[in-house]
Design a protein around this ligand. Structure first.
Ligand SMILES: Cc1cc2nc3c(=O)[nH]c(=O)nc-3n(C[C@H](O)[C@H](O)[C@H](O)COP(=O)(O)OP(=O)(O)OC[C@H]3O[C@@H](n4cnc5c(N)ncnc54)[C@H](O)[C@@H]3O)c2cc1C
Length: 420
């Protein structure tokens, strides 16, 4: 059924084969069909709609990381059909969310902890004892198996460029087709929104400036003078690795907060509660990890013993060849590595005007995933759900609340596995 500028999606359905998504479109009456190409990426151009046409779907999930897969799992379990009922749009080339882009030395041992996706644990797919394996390989393998097992309709690589209101529906414009949805669950994470604070002189620096997301390997810094900026877990890992091959200065705005005591589930809940309070009040969230402090691991103790944990206060200016502190003293450096975190990647939602004047978004709902200004929009992986465990739970809450709001009540699927 074609309605004004919206095209009914009929039986658009994922093969469930993750990045080899094949879309079996009932649009074949138009002679258009889309299948996966040999390299596993969906072929485009065969049925891309141009102009104002948009495929109609009830709920579009934007982003196919932990948050998006959790939301998709719960939508599927609640009985929505892949394709017409819901679809996941993911700009990454393969399953794995942002994990596929993380640097090689980030292993399953050095990450904080990966919480299982709902319904199928990591250990059901991969040998969880292999902690030396790269996170950038293990997590994508797990997510890929997960997408296949639950036949999740993930359509990639598709970048959502913008979402805007169209009366009762939301229009989702991508670098391929456009979609028209009754609601969206936005799960775009933070990886695409690196945060680099401004310091005077930044544009004059003649050396290399890079951010956490550009880091690959310490060896590229061999023999160089590097300043690492940041007090988080990533900054400390870089400090550990780079200090072995290069001359390093470590600067932070505030002294890092090391935790000697083990991090308990109560601590976790308290940290999440603080961030949740902030977003319910419409404040900019701050990351969950930033309020948990850094556990004093054997690696950190070893760094201390090596004399590497030698933190200096933040510089106030960048010169063409280095950095300068407020008292005027300078250091010459070749590289500035900004391990200064990320913000939520929400720019594509700008036309919806969800933000308050202070830049925050007022959130409501059971796990604070619903945007008060537009209840058709849920954000998962934002604020209190910006962790693998948070994204998991919030995916379920968002799916249920949005379906209720839209009065979508298909017969629930028989449970394939435990619900979370
Ligand atoms: C270095 C690092 C280490 C971390 N370690 C841990 C840890 O050990 N434990 C933990 O719990 N948390 C950790 N986190 C936080 C953790 O990554 C997240 O909480 C969780 O994995 C994020 O899942 P997500 O689905 O919200 O985002 P992502 O994994 O970032 O997935 C978002 C997806 O959305 C897609 N996307 C983005 N924009 C668009 C768009 N416009 N259109 C279409 N698709 C889009 C992206 O391509 C990506 O596939 C870490 C974060 C970082 C940066």
């Amino acid at each position: 059924m074609l309605l004004s500028d919206d095209r009914d999606l009929g039986g658009l359905a994922g093969s469930g084969d993750g990045h080899k998504l094949a879309i079996h479109s009932r649009l074949s009456k138009d002679g258009h069909r889309k299948t996966a190409s040999k390299d596993g990426h969906p072929r485009t151009g065969e049925f891309s709609l141009t102009g104002k046409l948009a495929y109609k779907i009830d709920i579009v999930v934007i982003g196919g990381g932990q948050a998006g897969l959790s939301a998709a799992y719960h939508l599927r379990q609640a009985g929505l059909t892949g394709g017409k009922g819901f679809l996941v749009l993911d700009k990454s080339p393969t399953p794995g969310g942002a994990w596929q882009f993380r640097w090689p030395s980030l292993t399953m041992k050095t990450i904080n902890r990966l919480h299982d996706l709902p319904g199928m644990g990591f250990a059901e797919v991969l040998d969880a004892g292999q902690t030396e394996v790269r996170a950038a390989e293990a997590v994508p393998a797990y997510f890929s198996a997960y997408e296949t097992h639950f036949q999740l309709p993930v359509y990639r690589p598709v970048t959502v460029r913008l979402v805007c209101g169209r009366g009762e529906r939301l229009r989702i414009e991508t670098d391929h087709e456009s979609f028209s949805a009754r609601g969206i669950i936005n799960c775009t994470g933070t990886w695409d929104a690196p945060q680099i604070p401004y310091y005077p002189g930044r544009e004059l620096f003649q050396g290399r400036q890079m951010h956490t997301r550009d880091y690959r390997d310490a060896n590229e810094f061999a023999g160089k003078r590097v300043v690492i900026v940041g007090a988080g877990i990533s900054a400390l890992q870089f400090l550990d690795e780079i200090s072995r091959v290069a001359q390093v200065i470590w600067v932070t705005r505030r002294p890092p907060e090391f935790r000697d005591a083990a991090f308990t589930p109560e601590d976790g809940r308290a940290a999440v509660a603080r961030v949740e309070q902030r977003v319910r009040a419409g404040l900019v969230p701050g990351s969950v990890v930033s309020v948990t402090g850094i556990p004093r691991s054997p690696a950190i103790n070893a760094m201390e013993a090596r004399g590497v944990l030698n933190r200096q206060p933040m510089f106030s200016e960048i010169t063409p060849t280095g950095i300068r502190w407020p008292d005027g003293h300078e250091a010459q450096v070749d590289v500035i590595l900004w391990a200064t975190g990320f913000r939520s990647a929400l720019d594509h939602l700008a036309p919806l005007q969800l933000r308050e004047d202070n830049g925050g978004i007022i959130m409501a709902g059971r796990l604070a995933t619903r945007v008060v200004r537009d209840p058709r929009v849920h954000l998962v992986g934002y604020g209190p759900s910006a962790s693998t465990i948070g994204a998991n739970r919030a995916g379920g809450a968002a799916a249920r609340e949005l379906m209720d709001y839209l009065n979508l009540h298909p017969a629930a699927m028989p449970a394939t596995s435990k619900q979370e």
